[in-house]
Design a protein around this ligand. Structure first.
Ligand code: PRX
Length: 659
C-alpha cells in the first residue's frame, strides 16, 4: 500500500468525554494504557482474576506463533461466571434478560430464573446423550432460549455452534457436519416481518440432505399454531415443552480447562467453505468481560441493548458472554427494525429504558434514510452510551447517530474487531478518549496493533498521547491477546495460511488501516477492497464516506473497475435519500463532491443510482458482486445474500443504462 492513503479524507471534528461522564466512568485514568502496553500479560491476568475459577492457572501465557494459550492449568466454567455467580448473590432477582418478540410479546428473566432454565436445558441435552467435549448446533430465533442454550452447552462442557436463523438448510447441514454435532436445537419457527421463518422445516431439509452425526433434534415451540404443520420424527425429535421444562433445575457446572473449546462460529471465507472459528473458555471470557466493562462502561443498573443476533460473534460476545459475565441486564429483540413500523428500535428503547445501544453502521444509515420522524416520536432519554460495529462508520453517520439518537450527550464507541479476535480490539474508552467521527481511535489496553507496509515495515501503535508517525497500511497483531481464536476447527493449515502467512509470526486481520498524526486509527475496510487508481491506493470506504456526505446520498458502495489506462477506475452505486430524483446534473454534482472532498484522483468515473445494494445478512456490502456487474461478468456465488433478487435487478438496470 502506498503513502497516498494518508492524504485522503480528513476529519477535523473531535468530541471530548463530558466531565459528568468521565467522573462516573469505569475507566477514566489514561495511565491504564501505559500500564497495559508495558505488561500486557499482567494486565490481562488482572482481568482474569475478576472471573471465578475452580482452580487458578499456573502459567499466564504461552505463544509459539500461530498458537497461543492463556491461563494454562486454570479451571473454570463460562456458565458459572455468566449465571451462577450472580444468581447466588445480590443479583439473584435482577433481570438478566429482557426479551421483546416481534409480535410484541415480552418476557423478563432474572438471574435466578436464567440459572434454573439454563440448568434444565443442560439436563435435557444430557438426556439426549450430549457429553463434555461434544458439539451442539443451535439454530434458533433471537429469543431468550438462544443465549440460554449457549450457556447450557457451556455448563456441561459441550461446544456450541450457532447458525444464524436466516441461513438456509444447506448452511445448517454444512456447519453441523463440519463440527460433527450430536444434537440440533431449533424452534418450530421464528418471527420476521410478520411471517414465520420455518426453522424446523429447514432443519428437516438439512437432515434429509445428510447430517450423519446428528442423533437428536430439540424443538422450541416458539410460533406454535402460526407455524402450520410441523412434523416430529419419533425417537429423533423432541419437543421443548416435554423435554426441557420437565427437567430438574439442578445441574452442576463442569470444570473446564481454560483452553477447552467453548464454541465454534462459522464465518464465510472469501472462497470455499466457511471457516469454523474456535474460541476457548478462559481467554475468551477474560477478553469479553474486560472489554464489556470498560468500553460499554457497564454499571449495575444498565440495560444493554445490542441489536445483533446471537448467530454472529457480536451476539456471542456482547449479548451472552461479556455483559452476563458482568452481571448486566441484556435486552434482546427477535425481529425486524421496521415491523410493524420503522420506529421499532426506538419504541423498544423507550419501553424498556435501554441505556446502551450497540448497533451497526448499515442500520444507522438505514435509519438516516428513513428520516428523523421515527426516532423523533420516541423518548430516547434513557440512553447514555452508543456503540457501532461491523464496518467503518462514515463520519456523517457517526454525527447523525451522536446528534439524533444520543442527543449530543452520549459518547459513541466505534469498535473494531472480528469473529477471530473474539473481543473488541480497537475502540475509544468512553471516559477517557476524545473521539473523532469515523475513527475507532486506539487499541484497547493490552492489545498491540501494528500498521505495516507491504514489506512488513511499520509502526507499533501506542496508546493516546503517543507521538506516532502517520502511516497507511495493513492492520497486524504480533502479540497474542487472550480472546484470540485458537484456530479453524480441524484445519490448522488453513488457519496458518489465511491469517499468519502474510507477515512472519504475525496475525494479519485482512483490513487496511491508517494511523494519523494524532495517533488515531482509521479503518479502511478489507484490503481486497482497496483500489489502485492511476498508481494511487484509494480505499472504497473513503470514497463511500465522501459520497454519503453529499446531501442527496443515503448509501453508497464503491468498487474498482478494470480500466485500460488507470488500471482501475472508480464506479459508485448510490441510493438517494427520500425527496431526490436521479438526473445527469445530480450525478455530475455527486462526482464533483467526491473530487472536492478527497481529491480529483478519487472522483468516480461512473455513478449509478440504484434502489438497493447487495448485502450479506450481517449487512456487509458484497462488492465482489458489484464488480461482477460493472465488469459484465456472470454473477458469482449469491448464496449468502440477504435478498438475491437485489443483484439480479441491479444487473438488469446497470446493463440497460450502459446501453
Ligand atoms: O473489516 C472489518 C469489519 O468487519 C470485519 C470482521 O467481520 P466479522 O468477523 O463478521 O465481525 C463483525 C463484528 C465484529 C473486520 O475485519 N469491521 C468490524 N468492525 C469494524 C469493521 N471495520 C471498521 N470499523 C469497525 N468498527
Amino acid at each position: 500500500m502506498s503513502e497516498t492513503i494518508q492524504s485522503l479524507l480528513h476529519e477535523e471534528r473531535s468530541f471530548e468525554p463530558s466531565a459528568e461522564f468521565k467522573a462516573q466512568a469505569n475507566a477514566n485514568d489514561p495511565a491504564i494504557y501505559d500500564e497495559a502496553y508495558h505488561n500486557p500479560t499482567k494486565w490481562w491476568e488482572g482481568w482474569a482474576n475478576q472471573l471465578d475459577w475452580f482452580e487458578k492457572w499456573h502459567t499466564a501465557m504461552e505463544f509459539d506463533a500461530p498458537n497461543a494459550k492463556w491461563f494454562l492449568g486454570g479451571k473454570l466454567n463460562a456458565a458459572y461466571n455468566c449465571v451462577d455467580r450472580h444468581a447466588e448473590g445480590d443479583r439473584a432477582n435482577k433481570p438478566a434478560i429482557i426479551f421483546e418478540g416481534e409480535p410484541g410479546d415480552t418476557k423478563t428473566l432474572t438471574y435466578k430464573e436464567v440459572k434454573d432454565q439454563v440448568s434444565q436445558i443442560a439436563n435435557a441435552l444430557k438426556s439426549m446423550g450430549v457429553q463434555k467435549g461434544d458439539r451442539v448446533c443451535i439454530y434458533l430465533p433471537m429469543v431468550p432460549e438462544l443465549p440460554m442454550t449457549m450457556l447450557a452447552c457451556a455448563r456441561i462442557g459441550a461446544a456450541h455452534t450457532v447458525v444464524f436463523g436466516g441461513f438456509s438448510a444447506d448452511s445448517v447441514r454444512e456447519r453441523a457436519n463440519d463440527a460433527s454435532c450430536k444434537v440440533i436445537v431449533t424452534a418450530d419457527g421464528g418471527w420476521r416481518r410478520g411471517n414465520v421463518v420455518q426453522l424446523k422445516k429447514i432443519t428437516d431439509e438439512a437432515l434429509d440432505m445428510g447430517c450423519p452425526t446428528v442423533e437428536s433434534v430439540l424443538v422450541l415451540e416458539r410460533t406454535g399454531e402460526a407455524t402450520g404443520t410441523v412434523t416430529y420424527k419419533q425417537g429423533r425429535d423432541f419437543k421443548w415443552s416435554e423435554t426441557v421444562t420437565t427437567q430438574s433445575t439442578d445441574c452442576p457446572c463442569e470444570p473446564m480447562d481454560a483452553e477447552d473449546l467453548l464454541f465454534i462460529l462459522y464465518t464465510s471465507g472469501s472462497t470455499g467453505k466457511p471457516k469454523g472459528i474456535t474460541h476457548t473458555t478462559g481467554g475468551y471470557l477474560t477478553g469479553v468481560y474486560a472489554t464489556s466493562k470498560l468500553i460499554f462502561d457497564l454499571k449495575e443498573d444498565d440495560i444493554h441493548f445490542c441489536t445483533a443476533d446471537c448467530g454472529w460473534i457480536t451476539g456471542h460476545s456482547y449479548i451472552t458472554y461479556g455483559p452476563m459475565a458482568n452481571g448486566a441486564t441484556v435486552l434482546i429483540y427477535e425481529g425486524a427494525p421496521d415491523t410493524p413500523d420503522k420506529d421499532r428500535f426506538w419504541r423498544i428503547i423507550e419501553k424498556h429504558r435501554a441505556t446502551i445501544l450497540y448497533t451497526a453502521p448499515t442500520a444507522i444509515r438505514t435509519f438516516m434514510k428513513w428520516g428523523l420522524e421515527y426516532p423523533g416520536r420516541c423518548d430516547l432519554s434513557s440512553l447514555r452510551l452508543l456503540g457501532s460495529v461491523g464496518e467503518p462508520i462514515n463520519p456523517e453517520a457517526w454525527i447523525w447517530y451522536h446528534q439524533n439518537i444520543g442527543m449530543g450527550k452520549c459518547p459513541v464507541v466505534d469498535t473494531w474487531w472480528q469473529t477471530e479476535t473474539g473481543a473488541i480490539m480497537i475502540s475509544p474508552l468512553p471516559g477517557i478518549t476524545s473521539t473523532k467521527p469515523g475513527s475507532a481511535t486506539h487499541p484497547f489496553p493490552g492489545v498491540r496493533i501494528k500498521v505495516l507496509d507491504e514489506h512488513g515495515n511499520g509502526v507499533d501503535v501506542a496508546g493516546p498521547g503517543a507521538t506516532n508517525t502517520p502511516k497507511g497500511g495493513f492492520l497486524v497483531m504480533d502479540h497474542p491477546w487472550p480472546s484470540m481464536t485458537r484456530g479453524i476447527f480441524n484445519d490448522p493449515e488453513r488457519y496458518e495460511k489465511t491469517y499468519w502467512s502474510r507477515f512472519p509470526d504475525s496475525y494479519f486481520a485482512g483490513d487496511g488501516i491508517k494511523l494519523d498524526e494524532d495517533g488515531y486509527l482509521w479503518l479502511l475496510g478489507r484490503v481486497d477492497d482497496i483500489m489502485l487508481v492511476a498508481g494511487h491506493n484509494i480505499s472504497t470506504m473513503e470514497v463511500e464516506s465522501a459520497l454519503v456526505d453529499h446531501p442527496a446520498v443515503a448509501e453508497a458502495a464503491v468498487i474498482g473497475k478494470t480500466h485500460d489506462v488507470k488500471g482501475q477506475a472508480i464506479a459508485a452505486f448510490v441510493i438517494l435519500r427520500a425527496g431526490y430524483l436521479p438526473s445527469d446534473a445530480l450525478t455530475a454534482e455527486i462526482k464533483a463532491h467526491v473530487g472536492k472532498k478527497i481529491g480529483p484522483v478519487a472522483r468516480p468515473d461512473d455513478v449509478y443510482i440504484s434502489a438497493e445494494l447487495p448485502k450479506t445478512r450481517s449487512g456487509k456490502i458484497m462488492r465482489r458482486l458489484l464488480r461482477d456487474i460493472a465488469e459484465g461478468r456472470a454473477l458469482g456465488d449469491v448464496s449468502t445474500l440477504a435478498d438475491s433478487s437485489v443483484v439480479a435487478s441491479l444487473k438488469d438496470r446497470y446493463e440497460a443504462s450502459e446501453g
